[in-house]
Write a protein that binds this ligand. Structure first.
Ligand code: AMP
Ligand code: MG
Length: 689
């Protein structure tokens, strides 16, 4: 069972909540592939029904399968449907309410309907709780003078601790009103979209409507967040992250009349799916207002402050974890070395010796690497080989080259310091201390350290998935034929390889012509399959700059005018919860911007510590008169300790990129470079290439 899109709705039986977002209104969040969009605030039911219908239309138009959840019971306790409608069919109840509920911005008749049903069923139940000033015949205000002719709870509510019954119409936590005011909407959505309703029907439609209850797995919202908004985001995120098999198992429920709460009985699994990092906000790339050119350092500070890891944590055996980013500090399971041992081949004994000649009898055995440590009597020496654990009675080793071996004794000249040529327990790493910090990508050296310190499993982040898209009507793939006016796509092979070198998973999304509808579809797909999207081309504000136009339309774009050369504006934005780096089309600018901005940003999204590209100052082998106002990155390489730069600064010169082995970074101020002037050189290696 697989859904492309998960929509979760926190419903409300109350009145219009006004224009500013508030609790106890209706909130809806859309999630795909474990990532949820910011919850939408829906002030009243009419607005909510319209918004949900629009969402469903749009998803259907894109060919997506949708699961939409509502947080109120879809059915009543057993017997109610029969008593109310003469049929034990939950949809008969839906139809009854759709026909009888009157709902408008001015008010609704829910308490009157509850009273009417009670009168029909004997006069003192099943509904109770009247929040109106006027009395309603048959609807008790409190539970004391109440008699329920039907079961108090559904089977689901017996199992779900803390769930309210659907008979209670008012008071804190009551859900009775939500059900009455929600079922007509569900009835209409079901009919209009031909949706399947769980668990009453087989889920044959591309739209499945399910009952949810966020409190099943969620506790209190983080400080400063509206609980309803936070909850729908979390539930949508978790459900959209479920494996198809898990989802199928959770949906396999038999509850023909009363319905069921999705996930009930699978709380742990849902919680695990929810243990994802929090989503990024749509405003994470917003720049301070005012038109100015942001200095590089300021732009980087902003990215660093706003981006957070988006990849889930998994536990892997150490051998399989190589190449992944460590999620939590790793503690050494064993000291390195685990026991004191010898650093050389020689003879071991106890204590140092002063100047002069020393003769020691040899103990019988020898100690080699891998031997369990034995024992050497006081005053004797033992033949010992590099890496052997020191036997009891040995704390000092003399090099074999410094020893004369005579039958059963050795002679050597002092002085020898106590502890000479030995390694102490834990002198490298002590068991229980941190071996490798979180945020480090496990490379060769870390693999050695984790193994040496006996770490069997590590908690790491799954790889960041980065979709790479080239945009431009002029582009064709190399290997195909190019008409006059067309050029081969150079950025995509470059960016795909850069992404891989950075340690992420690259996803090739191909070329998109300058066509907004096509680009929209590709961005949709990219945001679904990847965590980050990198585009090149179309990032400025011209007629054919569709990347920036679309991101702007989505309301989540900032045109970053960074004071840097090469590099026209960068379009940074969010597309359906995924950050998008809209790089300039020019290959030189695309590469420099990817190295300087996208690389550290993606590292942070992947859970890595923010990487500072380390450079060093070397004398220049070139001359340049640089004007003030922006930083400049020149294609450069080191020869004879001097930084050379590529002969042409032309930003279309890809040959210069291929020639270079690094970049020279010139500061924002004016500088006059002549041969011998110290300049900052950053090798490509420092950029992760
Ligand atoms: P744009 O940013 O779309 O205005 O493109 C700026 C320049 O970069 C134009 O000359 C484009 O033809 C060129 N360009 C854009 N994308 C690519 C690409 N993928 N490979 C090579 N050149 C490109
Ligand atoms: Mg273009």
């Amino acid at each position: 069972m697989r859904f492309d899109t998960v929509i979760m709705v926190d419903w409300s039986g109350g009145n219009d909540r006004g224009p500013t977002p508030k609790a106890d209104a209706i909130w809806a969040s859309v999630a795909r592939g474990g990532r949820a969009e910011e919850a939408r605030y829906l002030r009243n039911r009419q607005e909510a029904e319209d918004c949900i219908a629009d969402l469903l239309e749009a998803e259907r138009a894109r060919g997506n399968r949708v699961m939409i959840g509502f947080d109120f019971p879809f059915g009543y306790p057993r017997g109610f449907a029969q008593a109310l409608t003469g049929r034990a069919d939950p949809f008969a109840v839906w139809d009854w309410f759709e026909e009888n509920v009157q709902d408008s911005a001015r008010g609704n008749n829910r308490f009157d309907l509850a009273g009417q049903i009670n009168r029909q069923l004997g006069g003192r139940g099943p509904f109770w709780g009247n929040a109106l000033a006027r009395d309603i015949d048959g609807l008790p205000r409190r539970k004391d003078d109440y008699h329920n002719p039907l079961p108090d709870r559904r089977a689901a509510e017996h199992q779900a601790k803390g769930a309210f019954t659907c008979w209670q119409m008012s008071g804190a936590g009551a859900v009775g009103s939500q059900v009455i005011m929600g079922l007509p909407v569900l009835a209409r959505l079901r009919r209009r979209f031909g949706a399947s309703v769980w668990p009453f029907e087989t889920l044959s439609s591309d739209i499945a409507i399910v009952e949810i209850w966020p409190s099943l797995t969620l506790g209190a919202a983080p400080e400063g967040r509206i609980k309803d908004a936070w909850q729908v985001e979390e539930v949508a995120r978790a459900v959209s992250a479920l494996e198809p098999e898990a989802l199928a198992e959770m949906l396999d429920v038999e509850a023909p009349e009363e319905g069921w709460i999705f996930g009930l009985g699978f709380e742990d699994r849902l919680r695990r799916a929810a243990a994802l990092p929090p989503r990024l906000s749509n405003s994470c790339f917003a720049l301070p207002p005012g038109v100015h050119w942001t200095p590089v350092a300021e732009a980087l500070e902003m990215l660093k402050a706003r981006l957070a890891p988006v990849t889930e944590v998994v536990e892997l055996p150490t051998a399989e974890a190589v190449g992944h980013v460590i999620a939590d500090d790793v503690t050494a399971a064993r000291s390195n070395p685990p026991l004191p041992n010898t650093a050389v081949d020689g003879y071991g004994f106890a204590g140092g010796r002063d100047a002069g000649v020393h003769v020691l009898p040899l103990a019988g055995a020898r100690a080699a690497a891998g031997d369990a440590p034995g024992h050497v009597p006081a005053g004797e020496a033992i033949r010992i080989l590099t890496g052997a654990a020191l036997p009891a009675g040995v704390d000092t080793v003399v090099l074999q080259e410094d020893v004369t071996l005579q039958d059963t004794q050795i002679a050597f000249r002092g002085p020898v310091r106590q502890g000479a040529n030995t390694r102490k327990t834990g002198e490298d790493v002590v068991a229980g201390e941190r071996a490798v910090a979180s945020g480090v990508r496990i490379g060769a050296a870390q693999a050695a350290l984790l193994a040496a310190t006996g770490v069997r499993d590590v908690r790491v982040r799954r790889p960041l998935r980065v979709a790479v898209v080239s945009t431009g009507a002029e582009l064709v793939d190399v290997g195909t034929s190019a008409r006059d006016g067309q050029i081969f796509d150079a950025n995509r092979p470059m960016l795909l390889e850069m992404v891989r070198r950075f340690g992420h998973r690259a996803i090739d999304m191909g070329i998109v012509p300058d066509d907004r509808a096509v680009l929209r579809t590709v961005l949709d797909r990219a945001a679904q399959d990847a965590d980050v999207v990198i585009t090149s081309g179309g990032a400025s504000a011209g007629d054919e700059d569709h990347v920036s136009a679309l991101l702007k339309e989505a309301g989540a774009m900032s045109l970053w005018r960074v004071a840097v050369k090469p590099g026209r504006p960068l379009a940074l934005g969010m597309w359906q919860g995924a950050p998008v780096f809209g790089l300039p089309g020019n290959p030189v600018a695309a590469m420099v911007c990817a190295l300087v901005f996208a690389r550290p940003a993606m590292a942070q999204l992947a859970g890595e510590a923010w990487p500072e590209a380390q450079g060093f100052d070397v004398p220049a082998a070139f001359s340049k008169n640089k004007k003030p106002g922006r930083s400049e990155f020149l294609r450069a390489r080191l020869r004879d300790g001097h930084a050379e730069v590529f002969a042409s600064e032309g930003s279309g010169r890809i040959s210069g990129l291929a020639w270079a082995e690094g970049l020279v970074e010139l500061p924002q101020e004016a500088v006059e470079v002549t041969p011998g002037t110290m300049v900052r050189y950053i090798p490509f290696g420092s950029f992760g290439l």
